[in-house]
Design a protein around this ligand. Structure first.
Ligand SMILES: *Cc1c(COP(=O)(O)O)cnc(C)c1O
Length: 365
């Protein structure tokens, strides 16, 4: 008899699959209702931007050909935006795949990875899958305890991962503090700075990535088109690093990891300043309204710099999640993160958020 338990890579044996937000179609099938509001996966609620949409339409005829495996045009556009060389970029099928490439390239089973409690769960999953040692550092006020993370780094630490702002907690590290941390990490450890929500920050809250990469060749910065740029369904993200690092990541990259539509849409979306600004403004306005609502209801929350917020609904969080589903609102349980009393709610359009608040008013807390 085939003994799969003996065959399976021991790291993978201990893995629990990533739990995505419940898809709208699934809830529609289950409840037989429409008009479902999904506030579960931090997507841009405005729908795809006009420039990206046009680029996709124009590229349909090209789909019979393989994509440009080097992502030349998108890298050129990114290089210009960030003031870096185009050979400093690595494109991925979502920034998730970029993280995967980084782990595959640098982490082996005898190594360790440092990350924070409540940090984006993919760092833990990738460490586990490789069978490397987890150094999960207790959080401080739900955010990264950078000093303790520094202290946990040793000669076997290949990566220290920081999500800023963090998902799911929305906690934020000020740029000067982050720059100090980057400078303090030992040279033989790579810093993976995951900036999936950076577009939602004020200009004064952002780091100068080109300047930092010039100074620190152990820095890798990850970005995505899935959140503020509104392209989650296309799967595209990227890393910025030194050229030697990007060329190493390129060794493990599968040949055509970015599809043609993702490449053209991402490039076009970089030109769509107005869509990006509208998205960021909507998020700020609606976040404020939601916070007022939570305060009025006496619901605690973790202040967030992203396009989502973790609300404290207590030990009955899963029950409230289920009740919200029945009312046609999908939010995200975060018990898998060790936040069993919380639900994460993405910021939607005004009408979506209104639906969420109306539903909360119907639920006995
Ligand atoms: C959403 C998210 C990502 C991954 O996004 P992709 O869709 O794979 O680009 C990475 N990091 C954080 C912190 C996220 O929240």
């Amino acid at each position: 008899m085939l003994n799969l338990d003996k065959l399976i890579n021991q790291g993978v044996a201990g893995l629990h699959p990533y739990q995505p937000g419940k898809p709208i179609e699934e809830l529609e099938r289950e409840l037989g209702i429409t008009n479902i509001v999904k506030l579960a996966s931090n997507e841009n609620p405005l729908g795809i931007g006009p420039r990206a949409k046009q680029a996709i339409k124009s590229a349909i005829e090209d789909l019979t050909r393989y994509p440009d495996g080097s992502g030349h045009d998108l890298k050129q556009a990114l290089a210009q935006q960030h003031g870096l060389g185009s050979d400093q970029f690595t494109l991925g099928n979502g920034s998730n795949e970029v993280l995967e490439m980084i782990f595959r390239t640098f982490v082996g089973s005898g190594d360790n990875v440092v990350y924070s409690q409540y940090a984006f769960i993919v760092y833990k999953l990738l460490t586990q899958g490789i069978g490397a040692e987890h150094r999960e550092i207790p959080a401080q006020s739900y955010g990264h305890d950078l000093e303790a993370m520094l202290a946990a780094i040793d000669v076997n630490t290949k990566l220290v991962c920081v999500a800023n702002p963090n998902n799911p907690t929305g906690t934020f590290i000020e740029p000067q503090v982050m720059a100090g941390f980057i400078a303090a990490v030992p040279k033989q450890t790579l810093i993976v700075l995951d900036e999936a929500y950076t577009e939602y920050l004020a200009a004064s809250e952002r780091l100068d990535i080109a300047q930092l990469l010039n100074k620190h060749d152990n820095l890798i910065v990850c970005r995505t088109f899935s959140k503020a740029y509104g392209l989650a369904g296309l799967r595209i993200g990227y890393a910025m690093s030194s050229q030697p690092i990007s060329s190493m990541l390129n060794r493990v990259r599968e040949p055509f990891n970015n599809n043609t539509l993702a490449l053209v849409a991402a490039e076009a979306s970089l030109q769509d300043e107005s869509y990006l600004q509208t998205s960021v403004r909507l998020n700020a306005e609606q976040m404020q309204l939601l916070e007022m609502f939570l305060q009025q209801k006496g619901i605690e929350y973790i202040p967030s710099k992203g396009n989502f917020i973790c609300i404290k609904v207590g030990p009955q969080a899963n029950d409230i999640y289920q009740q919200l589903l029945k009312l046609g609102v999908i939010v995200r349980p975060v018990a898998g993160y060790g936040l069993a009393d919380y639900l994460r709610v993405s910021i939607g359009t005004e009408s979506e958020n209104r639906t969420f608040m109306d539903a909360m008013n119907l639920i006995k807390l």
